[in-house]
Design a binder for this molecule. Structure first.
Ligand code: FE
Length: 393
């Protein structure tokens, strides 16, 4: 048995933020991040729409990037005091992820992060509130997914929460909110979306419900990401929808080892954080080469290339074209070819790579990767992504 779960309503189109007017409820808690929504006037707009819906509104501001356990607990406490029947989260991935966890602790104050960490083991939500999500970046697609990541800064542990209970009820995908996105973020989040779609398409859990969404997302990213990067607003609008489609696919088909590697290398080096989408973009062509040694995955990568009209008559040539296309995109988007070029120090890389390989193999995304991997092979693969060498194993 498989389950396919999406928000009940996904509003999309310029100005659809206005749909907040039509939510039915008494009290809304609006959860936002560091201030970009406020500066651009979207916070005020959202508050006013919710008031027009006849709701009393309270705002929880200041959710940090990579939201902490403390922020989640503070938010849940504020919710218990205010008792909203709608939780509305607006912003990049972080405020939406944080609000999802706040929601669980609002409804179940006695639960713990360790309880929630077991995948697909959440208590039944929606006993107190429903959840609406409004993304202001075009990549994570947390507005339609069953995932949230919360960081415990005391122990350095990231809690990846996964359960269809936290798939939002309503997603509002309004491209006006991404019109001011810095181009670096357009590049990184766009490549994150492409990685979501490609990993979902070859995942061991892919199926007839997720495949069309993944393919459509890949096609749209290939068509629109370069122009979106060049600040063409029509292309940026299409990218906002493409990342959402990719999210619908991967929320149900899950991901693969590109994400395992990005998760475990993101904060591993003293030379600085490797942004999630940038890490994915670097690793993707190498992982395709590794996974393509598995025949089923190879035929699916070739199928992507064929559907996208890329060149090649043999399976091998088609897979090469797909990898070349990704390299071409990375070059256009100013994303380096290796993590060495990103600036990771060689001595530090060598010292840490074995441990990182072990952690990456243990990541939640490894299980649905189409080809299995052990720590020794992962270490070799990471070495390829450092030195830019061919994956021939
Ligand atoms: Fe991602």
């Amino acid at each position: 048995m498989s389950r396919f779960c999406l928000p009940r309503d996904i509003y999309h189109g310029k100005g659809c933020l206005e749909e907040l007017k039509n939510l039915k409820g008494k009290k809304a808690m609006l959860v936002v991040g560091g201030g970009s929504m406020k500066r651009q006037g979207f916070l005020d707009k959202a508050v006013n729409y919710l008031k027009e819906a006849g709701m009393e509104v309270e705002v929880f501001e200041g959710v940090e990037p990579d939201p902490s356990v403390e922020t989640v607990m503070k938010g849940a406490e504020a919710m218990r005091a205010f008792e909203p029947d709608w939780i509305v989260s607006m912003g990049g991935g972080s405020p939406i992820d944080a609000a999802k966890a706040m929601w669980a602790f609002y409804e179940y104050p006695d639960t713990s992060f360790d309880d929630l960490c077991t995948p697909f083991n959440f208590p039944e939500l929606r006993t107190k509130a429903k959840f609406a999500a409004i993304p202001s970046t075009s990549g994570t697609a947390t507005e339609v997914t069953a995932f949230s990541v919360i960081t415990n800064y005391q122990t350095g542990v990231k809690y990846p929460l996964a359960d269809f209970n936290i798939t939002p009820d309503v997603a509002i995908v309004d491209p006006d909110l991404v019109s001011g996105l810095p181009v670096k973020q357009v590049a990184y989040t766009g490549m994150d979306a492409l990685t979501h779609a490609i990993e979902a398409y070859v995942s061991t859990l892919h199926g007839p419900f997720t495949d069309p969404l993944a393919l459509q997302a890949i096609e749209m990213v290939l068509d629109y990401l370069p122009a979106s990067y060049d600040c063409n607003m029509e292309a940026r609008e299409q990218m906002h929808y493409a990342q959402c489609l990719a999210g619908m696919a991967f929320s149900n088909a899950l991901l693969g080892i590109v994400h395992s590697m990005a998760h475990k290398t993101g904060a591993a080096f003293s030379t600085g954080h490797i942004p999630h989408g940038c890490a994915n973009a670097i690793y993707l062509p190498y992982v395709i080469a590794y996974n393509a040694k598995e025949p089923e995955a190879a035929s699916r990568y070739a199928e992507i290339a064929r559907r996208m009209g890329l060149e090649g008559t043999s399976q091998k040539a088609l897979i090469n074209s797909l990898r070349e296309k990704i390299n071409e995109f990375n070059a256009k988007l100013n994303i380096p070819k290796t993590i060495k070029d990103f600036g990771v120090n060689e001595a530090e890389f060598k010292e840490k790579v074995a441990h990182i390989a072990e952690l990456a193999v243990g990541d939640a995304c490894t299980g649905s990767n189409p080809r299995s991997i052990d720590p020794a092979a992962m270490e070799k693969l990471l070495n390829c992504t450092y030195y830019g060498t061919e994956v021939d194993f």
